[in-house]
Ligand binder design. Structure first.
Ligand SMILES: C[S@@+](CC[C@H](N)C(=O)[O-])C[C@H]1O[C@@H](n2cnc3c(N)ncnc32)[C@H](O)[C@@H]1O
Length: 290
């Protein structure tokens, strides 16, 4: 542990930010994830200047990592190898996307579909990355069996590590392979399938920030010319794997929900609904296989 006074830490924050207030959230996140002091704790220190704080790393070490953020535009979550997502603290690395805040809503959407949580359910998360969605759902009930796939073997390894940190129960199975392909033996048995696939149209991907393009995997984001390459494949194959009355829930790009709705309709889905995210964007499309 590295002892500093509240005064020292507050001064270090001011000097490090150097009046660049737009970086404040990132700096607080760095201090939290690496130093072990939350933003709420820092705020309370302002009224206790003499208080001694035990940081997990030295201020020099925090400064070094901060330079990596400023100069290389490397996201804080990759610098610290961890991120918060809902009530989880997940390990992340360059092989997986940093799970986004808007994706957190997927869990509420799924929970709203389930009328009786004492029933056994077979749920799939296609393109699981760090495992955020699959792990959250597997932790909700030991009666639910979650099957998660990803094309990237290193993502599967990391998702497995993340799950073991939170659970000793074996109700999450991870498979390396393309979308539904590893789930052949579950054909016609799946109750709820979820996917947050790569859906950004390639021309938009090309213009994303350096923080995203240089550090996050392109294979997690780029959805081809119209962004719908993977969504089309997932919807087309879904009827083979879902139970009759099974649900398919997809996250999509801001302007894709009507197209996703049509794709679902043309592939045997009913009760299709577009659900808005916290930014009032039609971010999720859900349908029931008839
Ligand atoms: C947008 S990321 C979502 C990751 C995670 N579910 C989340 O919400 O944070 C898309 C994921 O799909 C995976 N992926 C890309 N192509 C795939 C494919 N053909 N089959 C399975 N997974 C794929 C990527 O490796 C990546 O982990």
């Amino acid at each position: 542990m590295f002892e500093v006074s509240s005064e020292e830490l507050i001064l270090w924050i001011q000097n490090t930010l150097n009046n660049e207030d737009e970086n404040r959230d990132s700096l607080y996140l760095l201090i939290d994830l690496l130093g072990g002091i939350s933003r709420t704790e820092i705020n309370s220190l302002r009224i206790k200047p003499q208080k001694v704080i035990n940081l997990r790393v030295s201020l020099n070490s925090l400064s070094e990592r901060w330079r990596e953020f400023i100069h290389n535009k490397k996201p804080i979550q990759y610098i610290c190898s961890s991120c918060y997502w809902r009530d989880l603290n997940l390990e992340v690395n360059k092989n997986v996307l940093i799970p986004r805040v808007e994706t957190e809503q997927i869990i509420e959407i799924v929970l709203n579909l389930i009328s009786d949580s004492t029933n056994e359910l077979l749920i799939t998360d296609l393109g699981t990355g760090s495992g955020a969605v699959a792990i959250s759902l597997a932790l909700k009930s030991s009666l639910w069996k979650v099957l998660a796939t990803d094309i990237e073997p290193k993502a599967i390894k990391l998702a497995s590590k993340n799950f073991k940190k939170y659970s000793k129960i074996n109700n999450l199975k991870l498979f390396c392979g393309s979308w539904w392909q590893p789930l052949k033996k579950y054909s016609g048995k799946i109750d709820i399938a979820i996917s947050n696939p790569p859906y950004i149209p390639s021309n938009i991907y090309k213009n994303l920030s350096i923080a995203v393009k240089n550090h996050e995997p392109q294979s997690a984001l780029d959805g081809g010319d119209d962004g719908l390459l993977h969504i089309r494949e997932i919807i087309k194959e879904a009827p083979k794997y879902l139970k009759k009355d099974g649900w398919l829930l997809l996250e999509n790009h801001c302007d894709q929900s009507q197209k996703v709705k049509t794709l679902m309709k043309n592939n045997g889905f009913g009760q299709i609904e577009i659900i808005k995210d916290m930014f009032n964007i039609g971010r999720f499309t859900i349908g029931r296989y008839k």
